[in-house]
Design a binder for this molecule. Sequence first.
Ligand code: MG
Ligand code: ZN
Length: 218
Amino acid sequence: MKIIVAKKILKANDQLAEENRARFNQANVLVVNLLGSPGCGKTTLLEALLAKLDGRAAPAVIEGDLASSIDAERIEKLGVPVVQINTDGACHLDATMVAAACAEIDLDKIDLLIIENVGNLVCTAGFDLGEHLRIVILSVSEGDDKVPKYPTIFHKSDALVVTKTDLLPYSNFSVDRVITDMNRLAPKARILQISALTGEGVETLADWLANQCRRDGG
Ligand code: MG
Ligand code: ZN
């Protein structure tokens, strides 16, 4: 018996991801893959971030969920173009799904596309969507041991955002431990501490992404 299917799928995905990236580059769109477990606060962070962009970048959002349009409705309320992908049970987005969603977005009119992946710290890490930046979120309520336990996703990320920092006084979460683990696993990754609730740190993330958009000519 030969088991080669997953590898084949990943290879095909990588080719499609490169096609997506070429398309994004041609349109001068910076694309971010936003990753994290269910309930870590991806959509809430996204809402806070979009509000802080303040016209410095023209954004659009792709929302990935197994079912429902709950998150897309939240983004739509902010007046930001949004496409919801329902994966019909699949636990990650792939490059084909993102290509299909992009058919619904006028890439020439935006310069920042944020893709909120399905809540999952495992297989989302294995699928390149054609993004330029991967940002992984870890909330204070999830525990401070996740970096060494889910090394692939943290290793492959360009930035780690520790969220819900407003809850730090009520938990034994050690930000220092996470920083130490992350510096060991992904020394080049940026580490930001954010509370979407109080707004702490949101500006730093917004500045970073807005500056990248400009640098990339978008
Ligand atoms: Mg969400
Ligand atoms: Zn999956």
